[in-house]
Every structure is written in structure tokens, then in C-alpha cells.
Design a protein around this ligand. Sequence first.
Ligand SMILES: *[C@@H]1O[C@H](CO)[C@@H](O)[C@H](O)[C@H]1NC(C)=O
Ligand SMILES: [Zn+2]
Length: 871
Amino acid sequence: MSTPRRHWGPVRSLLCLAPFLVGVSYLAYKENYGKSWHNLTSLPEPITELIDPITGLPQLSEARILAHAQYLSEDIGYRTVGTREHALGDEWMVQQVEVLQAQCEEVIRAYPGRHLQCEVWHQRGDGYHRFDIMGHRLYKTYRDLTNVVMRISDGTEAGKTHAVLVNAHVDSTLPSPGAADDALAVGVMLECIRVLVGTPGWEPTHAIVFLFNNAEESLQDGSHLFSTQHPIANTVRAAINLEAAGTTGRTLLFQATSEQMIQTYAKVPRPFGTVIANEIFSSGILMSDTDFRQFEEYLNVTGLDIAVVGNSYLYHTRLDIVENIEPGVAQHMADNTLALLLELSSSDSVLPTLTAGYSRPTTVFFSYFGQFINYSFSTASAMYTGLFVASLVLVYFTYVDPAPALKQRKSPIAEQLKGMVAVAMGFLGAVLGANVVAFLMRSVFGKALSWFSVELSCIALYGPAALAGALASQLFVGRVREQTVFKSVFLLQAFLAILLQSLGVGSAAVFFLSALPLSASLIFNAFLNNFEDNVSLLTYVLGQFTPISLGTQIFCGTLDVFVPLTGRMGKDAPAEHIIATIVAFCGAYTLPLVLPFVHRYSRALLIRSVLLVTLLTAAVMLYFSLKSPFDTMHPKRLYVLHVENTTSLEQHLHIGAADGAPGFDELAKGVAQRFSVPGVAPKPVTMDEYNGDWDILYPFSAFVTPYKFEMPLKPEYLDPLDRTLKVSAANDTVDRAARTRSLTLVVEHPGVIWTTIAFDAHVLEWTLDKNPPDGFARHHVKEASFYGHNRWAMDLVIKLPGDSDVSEVPKLKVNFVGVHERAMWPGKKAEKEIGGHAMQLFEEFDTWVSDYSSGTVDVMLLGCVGGVADI
Ligand SMILES: *[C@@H]1O[C@H](CO)[C@@H](O)[C@H](O)[C@H]1NC(C)=O
Ligand SMILES: [Zn+2]
């Protein structure tokens, strides 16, 4: 009989484990941000020269890419669909592609034997599409929007049969010059063309179609236009979409939909992607979408969606400028894209095999310490099942009877169940602990979003709280043996892997990856301790390796997305609790062996630890309570509309924020005092489907919900109401027998862009699509047109209300609103003189809010025209 060996005390043990835990976590952190020593996982050195001085061959130049991005975002500026700048962007794009086509033709003249052909299209067209997002049904109509397309092929029909599409958008969104999003990717594509054409002897077996799409931010009209109307759209077998929602770090593969394309991606010089991002994005909780959706839906192809995602604070703000793009980002995107295009256009390409169309992805992929790993869901199921069975066997055979002297052997199953309860309680305790602190911070102290400006800082606030909760939970489970808890962690992880994978969740891989070294560490432990009831510290080291390294990266990846997102998800979203819960989940994954470790020691020690960590939690809460959420490079977003109502002849100022940080009421009062007529308090208004003033931003308007104030303007800011945004009915006929009315709804909008109409009707037929919703409903239709277009129309047949007297046909009440093309701040700052009073107001407002907030607010100001028409 053996007596339990005495082991080191907790402090000594922790000091011994700390260098390992901190070290591995640090390496994983560096790798995640592209700063590791490892070439595969670092951002590349930016290249300046167009020609490699040693080989004399053309090379991708970051400097050139950024010069393109700078021209688009600074020389031209805000390329919002419908503006003059948007038209300039289109013109520039055509010129760029024509210059490259001329180079291509020069090469062909110089080397007549080279199989190369460069064709260019300047596509223009009208269209309609339904675009549901975030639970809202929405229709788009567009007029005369454009795409610039270049196809590089070997010139043969066979070579054009299977093409790869690569897409970036030239336009930018309302409040942003769009340097990273998406001028950067436009530059990357131009550089790829230059290098491909200039590389001696390069001939594509399969064609490459470069789509410079000029209307993404208006809700994917450009990619819809290409996919549904371009003559070569049906040759596309796979799509590569290049995007940005940030300005730093390695470009991330965040959607990948076929095994063949993922395997192709695995060959790029610096792969970086994960199925976790894929699954988070496709769940829709990020409230965003890319052109990739149009390619899936209308081209029925699979592909890769790649984006710059680090530092998402500047996304869709005026700070999305070249200066803020991290060096190496453009080079990373360009190197990987060129490698993809070379591979996909080669004779080894997977393109001809991509005939199955789009379906739900069934491949697991992730990057881990320089390796890009991918395998199919069926392989995953087999591996995870194997591991789970092995875990049961392993746990059974390494079972140590705590009291072998007794006749009655204690059941390993009962013992193990108790361990499972301990682990489950630990997890719940962590979630609860973090959320209690979230509740206190938000609802009691009024200090929401205190961690906003540094993505990972919320770990400092919610990590101790989660740990305190996890430790406290163990007080309720009583005495469980350390080894039992250790094995329970292992069993649960192996089980979660197989459970989630059977539900089709590829992210199940993370549990497989952490269970795997746990199994090794258990075998190791059994031999090391001669199958006795002891867990050595080395076993902890082995078992923690994947959780701490992968967990660090999951922490970084998740918080980098969700923390900046809390600045634009609305006041009502439980931002504080979302972040607290993420920290608890990731923390539980990262440090699973905390639980067995606390059962290594006495209950008295556990109580002391709970107290200590609770004190620490209180201290960090105090510290975070003193922090303010925003600063100049992590600004608050503010939306301001100057609305001229052509029906009521009133002019109002509306301001809205999209976050739940404290201080907005104060700001609103300040605005009222400064810009509204004296004595009128700001009046909060509800945001719903009937709030027409904010339809410009619909359906994203849902996120400016309660933070919306309506205030009459001071007379000096009033504009003469000479805008013409008019909604009328033409070809109006009533079929009395069928009780229907058919009409053409006409919107005339000279000088006004981004018009939106909303109305209630039971639509039987319309031009928008083949199956309007059944029954009476509210409909939103948004328009986007090329600069200078001032009319659009749609036909519809509506059912007259059942009980109405058809001799008196009820009017259709249509809410309409649009943006005055010359009154957009800061987009139109350079020509503010022609924007009327609104631009004067915006300039003053911008200066005022900048002073008020010390430059920590990024404000978008739009001059809008709206009203209601009874037609
Ligand atoms: C996509 O293409 C595949 C293969 O041709 C076909 O089976 C599938 O029905 C298509 N899906 C759609 C939505 O058209
Ligand atoms: Zn974009």
C-alpha cells in the first residue's frame, strides 16, 4: 500500500507552471498578429519596387497597391454609390484596366507565340433583387450601375470554359473613404494583373476573371449585376472575394465553401484561416455580409472569402485611410491572391472539378503554429469517434481505486460522474461570475464598454470574475479527487468534439485538439506515477499545451471581432454580457486544468483562493470604472441626419448612436442647446419599421434604436425647401371585379441619391421578384443609381382591402427619403459651398462635436429629403 506522495504547495507549483503557460500563450499571441519569427505566420516585408532587381521579373509591390488605394480614397475620396466621386472612381477604374490591357497587347505583339488574351468589359445595367439581412426583408433596385471586368485567358474557347472569379469593390460606404475597404483589394487585383501579364512565358490554362465591382456598399448590387447579367458569368467555377473590415494583421480566410478550394488555399505562401471564423460569420451574428453571398446565390459557385480583419475600429469610418493600414497587410493579401490565381489558372487547377455547385461547407480548416490543416467532415467524425472511444478505454484502465484495502471496489463510473459535475459546475460558475460583473458594470455602475478601446483588455476585467465563479462553484461539489476531475475534463472535451461534429459544426475541432494532448498526458501520467493516484506537474504542462496556445488565438480572434462590433451593435444589444460570456467561454477553454488543480489542495485553500480572486475582481472593476470607452483611434460612431420633410415642410435634426456607452444623453442635450431652437428638449423617438426618417440606413437603422432625437433646427440652419423628391403613380388602373389595383410607382429624385420607399400593401405582383410575400405587409425598397440618374419606377399589382367600396379606391401611403447628393459630411467637405445651409450646419456640428468629445467621435452627417405621398 502506498501513501499519497506529498507534492509542492500551490504557490511553488504555479510559479513553476507560469513560465510555460505565459511563454506558450505569448508565442501564440505573436503568431496570431503576424509578428512571429516564423515566415509562414508573419506579415511579409512590404515590397516597393515593381521589378525584382535580381531576377528582372515583375513583382507585387505593396507601395504600388497603396498608391492605388490612396488615389481612390484621398484624391477621389468618398465613393458612395450615386455620387460624383463614385462616377470618378468608375472612370479611373476603366482607365487603369485599359492601361493594363494595352500592356498585355504589347506583350502579345512582342511575343506572338504567347497564348495570352486580355479582354475588358465596362458593364452597365439595371436590376432588382431581394436582400434579406438581420431578419429584415428588403428589396434593392438599381439603375445603370457599373462593373469593370477583365478576363485573362489563353485566348481559346477551351481556356475560357472554366474560369476563376476574383472580386473587389471600388465603391465605399456613406461615412468612409474606404482605403482598406476596399480600395486596397482593388490595388491588389491591379498588381496581380500587372505581374501576371508581365511574367515572361506565363499562360493561363484556365481563365481568370477580374471583377472590379462598383456597388457593394449599396447592398451588393454590383456583384448581383455581374452574376445575373454578364455574358461570361456562367463560365465562373469559383469565386475569390477580397474584402476588409479592419486595417491590420494577416488577411484572414473567413469563408471557404469547398474542399478543393481550401486545398488550393493551403498552398499559398502565408495561409491564415479558420473554420471558427467561417461558422461565426455564416451564423449572421456579425450583422454583415459580402459579395460572396451573390456569387453563392446567383452563380451557384463555391470559393474563398478573404478579408483584412484586425483593428476593426476604423471600419466604415472616416479613418479608413491608407495611413492607418499596417505595413505588410497589402503584401500579404497580394502574395496569397497571386498564388491562388497562379494555381487555379494552371493545368493542375481544381476548377474543372467544381461542378457540384454551392452547398453547405463540409471541411474543417484552421491554422496552427504555421501549419494550415484541413480535412473533411467525414474524416473529422471518424477521428473524433476514435478519440472518444479511446478516451473511455483510457479512463477505465487508468482508474485507480482510492481505497484498495476495502472489499467493495468503488465504481469508476460514479466517481467519474461526480468529476463531470464538478467540471460542468466550474464552467457554469465562470459564465455566471463574469455575467454578474457585467451586470454590475452596466446596470449598477453605468460603466458599459469600459474595455472598448483595447480588444483584449476585457480579459483583465472579466477573466478574474470568471475564475472567481469557477472556483466558487467547486465549493458546492465537495471533495473530488484531482485525477478524477482531470479525466472528466478530458472525457467532456472528447465528447464535445464528437457531439458538435455530429451537428455539422466544424469548430468541434478545437475540442479534439485539446483532448488529444490530454490523452497523451494521461498515458504519460499513468506511467510516470506507476498508476497511482497522483497527477504530476509535467502532466499539467502537457495537457495545457493546446488549450493555452489555441485558446490564446481564439481569444484574440474572437475579441478582435466582437469588441469593436459592440461599438456598432446598438444600445439595446447586451454588449457587456456578450463580451463577459465570450471571456468566460474562451477562458474555460484556455485553462481547463484549473479545476483539477484546485482539487489538488484542501478546501481551506480553495476558500482562500475564492476570496483572493474576488478581491482582485473588485480591484479591476474599480480600475475599469475610471476608464472612458473611446479615444481618437477608437472612436464612437455618431449618425446625424438633417431631414427636410417636403410634406410637413419642417426641418429636423436627428442624431443617433449605435452603442450603449454612457454619456450620450449629455451629448444630446449639448446638441439641442447648440443647434435646436431655445427651450426645446431633445425628444427620444422609437425606432421601428415605420420610422421613415432613418430609412436611409434601413435595416441598419435598427441599431440606432433609442438614441434618436428629433429637434427643430434654429432658423439659421434652415434650407429653402426646393428639393424635388417626388413619388407618384402612373398607369393607374383598378380592376373592380378582381378588386385589384395596378400602377407604376414612379420616384423622381433629381440631385437626391439612395432613395428608399416604404409602404403597407398586399402585393400580388411586382417587378421586384416573382414571389412577393403573401398578405398585407410593410415593404421597404431601396434604390441605388449611377450619378446623374433621377428617376426610377416599379410596377405593382395590389389587392384592395376586402371591405372597401371599390368606387373609392384607398390611397397608397408611401414614405420616401433620400440623401441630397451635395450635402454629405465629411465626404463632400471639399465642395461644401454648393451644399447649402446643411453643409454649413454639418461643418459647425463636426467642429462642435470634436471639441466636445476631444476628437473621440466619428460622425457621419447627411442632408436628407423625405416625406409621405398618398398616391
Ligand atoms: C447548383 O448547381 C448544382 C450542380 O449543377 C445543382 O445541383 C444545384 O441545384 C444548383 N443550385 C442552385 C440553387 O441552382
Ligand atoms: Zn467592403
